[in-house]
Design a protein. Sequence first.
Length: 362
Amino acid sequence: MAVQIQAIRDKLSTYCDPYLQLDLGAAKVVQSIDIQLDRVDIKLQFGYPFLTSRDEVISTLKNWLAPVSDGATVHIDISFKIEAHTGSRGIKAVAQIKNIIAVASGKGGVGKSTTAVNLAIALAQEGARVGILDADIYGPSQPMMLGATQPPEHKQQKVLLPIMSHGIQSMSIGYLIDEKAPMVWRGPMVTTALQQLLNDTQWDDLDYLIVDLPPGTGDIQLTLAQKIPVTGALIVTTPQDLALLDARRACEMFRKVNIPVLGIIENMSLHTCAQCGHTDAIFGEGGGQRMAEQYSVDLLGQLPLDRRIREETDQGKPTTVADPHGQIAKIYREAARRVAAKLALQIKDYSHKFPTIVVKND
């Protein structure tokens, strides 16, 4: 057999992963190459999940390797290993959570919560273990969006079990209070409640925890930055200048507290008339792209102004669940893969692997 391992390895090193934006050699995803008679076995391990497109990637790589495989049958096994990455410096990691992603907007009414829940579900559909924390204490919306209203179970005193819905774990103050009850709490009470929801929930081995922040840059955002090990943040905006103004404030806030901004998602980019098919940029156009360029981050996705997104979410079945093969769900999954890939490139957090050293004076 004329197939050589080095030829296979060299060819793989010319294939650039579209999400990591690195060749497979530089990305260090090639675990092993084994050649036996007329068969080539390749094992690849990626640091971000893409379960829904894994077969397509395998097919693409087989075609890529055809010129150097000399007619041998190529078998490619792709697995995912999601590592913990460094969060806010000096803040202790949360047990059973590898990465915490904050979703912020700076302004209300831009579809931030809808984006957060669809991204969480999309990451789960790609093969990750995902949770979502509803950090909007004054106006919790995730219970309705997830179609889950039952109170969480207590495993023991002060320990809550997350609610499972659509394949993701969730926790919200909305599970613990009457939906009509107003939250007339001052700032310190709200920030304490947020920390309790995070730390008193027994999360089950999460790769990613999505934190759905309230609008603005107030107490909850500062508590998140100062006391919770956030790995990265996403900014949600619309193309409208007024929304972009507040989104920039949110971006500046994360920069000041040294939390990397992973990218921007633009909602309500275009509206297509259901009757005539005419497309109109109701809230302006190009705003998200301009902001992304200003802050040197990626525009991760552009969602249309579509009534189905609102209707499906109101019914407790977000678009990624209601129409998982539709175009809108594909945009959410594309954004989810890009976010996860960006995290995979960050510095890994090895603190959980080191033993705790206790010095005693005997």
